[in-house]
Design a protein around this ligand. Structure first.
Ligand SMILES: Nc1ncnc2c1ncn2[C@@H]1O[C@H](COP(=O)(O)OP(=O)(O)OP(=O)(O)O)[C@@H](O)[C@H]1O
Length: 279
């Protein structure tokens, strides 16, 4: 559905943010896009949504050249940004002004979500809190029913009940023909939602695997007794480790531990999965 080939990007007079990356995202998945601060997650999402431009490399969305920013590709994609300025209009006016760009927009779905988020169509957006404004954008993004939904730190600013509400709503909108990409540091908020992890580090993609494959081959938890099976470990109180799975064990993937393990030695986990795969 989305394909990058040899994509590079840098801001004027700055270091290279993305260096020759090739990556694809397909429908039916919710991707977690992870990386340390400043690794280029927002930049990548902005390139996908046409807000940033690069001449270096290729980007196709459903076979259409995404770098040309044609209506035919942009109408099937929506970005819920991390930072935003929303005009001082009522929610209903915002919906009327913007929904027209998205052919599959569902008005009823939008207002149901607005109600679920305890907002009203008569609320003036500029008078809302940051978290409430974010809810307007999340509701709008979901109601566009675009094939590609990009979200940059969507749970940032949401209160605790709203985070679980967000997870429930997202789980209900996943479908075989939709591709959702979420960039976040709040890995716990996404736990149980995402099924594929992409990690950016040093301007490169250093990890790109489905969580099914990860959980099939690796375990997460307290130290395993057999130290040879440990792939990565964190010491300290309640120390945790990533270790090869034996036939009896099945653990939930600890996204934070996986992320730390990948950053600690980018090739180690990928190689561990490959080794297991070829056995
Ligand atoms: N408008 C800009 N002009 C110049 N450099 C920028 C601009 N925006 C971002 N950068 C730089 O580009 C790099 C990537 O930034 P980006 O916002 O894509 O990272 P990120 O992974 O989303 O970070 P975070 O996790 O902190 O949100 C950073 O080094 C940042 O300083």
């Amino acid at each position: 559905m989305i394909e990058f080939k040899n994509l590079s990007f840098h801001y004027p007079k700055s270091r290279r943010v993305l260096n020759n990356i090739s990556l694809s995202f397909s429908e039916g998945n919710i991707y977690g896009l992870f990386g340390k601060n400043g690794e280029g997650k927002t930049s990548l999402l902005k390139i996908m949504s046409g807000l940033l431009f690069t001449k270096s490399g290729q980007y196709h969305i459903n076979g259409i050249d995404g770098l040309r920013r044609n209506v035919s590709s942009l109408q099937h994609l929506f970005l819920v940004p991390e930072d935003f300025e929303l005009s001082g209009v009522k929610i209903a006016t915002y919906e009327k002004m913007n929904s027209t760009f998205y052919p599959n927009f569902s008005k009823s779905q939008f207002y149901d979500l607005i109600e679920e988020f305890h907002l009203s169509k008569n609320d003036t957006i500029s008078t809302l809190s940051f978290g409430q404004k974010k809810k307007v954008l999340i509701a709008f993004g979901i109601a566009t029913n675009t094939k590609v939904l990009l979200m940059d730190e969507p749970t940032n600013g949401l209160d605790i009940p709203s985070k679980s509400q967000f997870r429930k709503i997202m789980a209900s909108i996943t479908s075989e023909d939709k591709c959702i990409i979420i960039s976040t540091h709040q890995v716990r908020d996404l736990h149980s939602l995402i099924n594929h992890v992409v990690v950016l580090d040093n301007s490169k993609v250093v990890f790109n695997e489905s969580l099914y494959k990860v959980s099939e081959h690796l375990c997460f938890g307290k130290y395993s007794t057999n130290s040879e099976s440990i792939v990565y470990s964190e010491s300290g109180f309640g120390g945790k480790s990533v270790y090869y799975r034996n036939d009896f064990e099945e653990t939930e993937v600890d996204l934070e531990l996986l992320f730390n393990a990948v950053l600690n030695n980018p090739n180690q986990i990928t190689n561990a999965l490959k080794l297991m795969h070829h056995e």
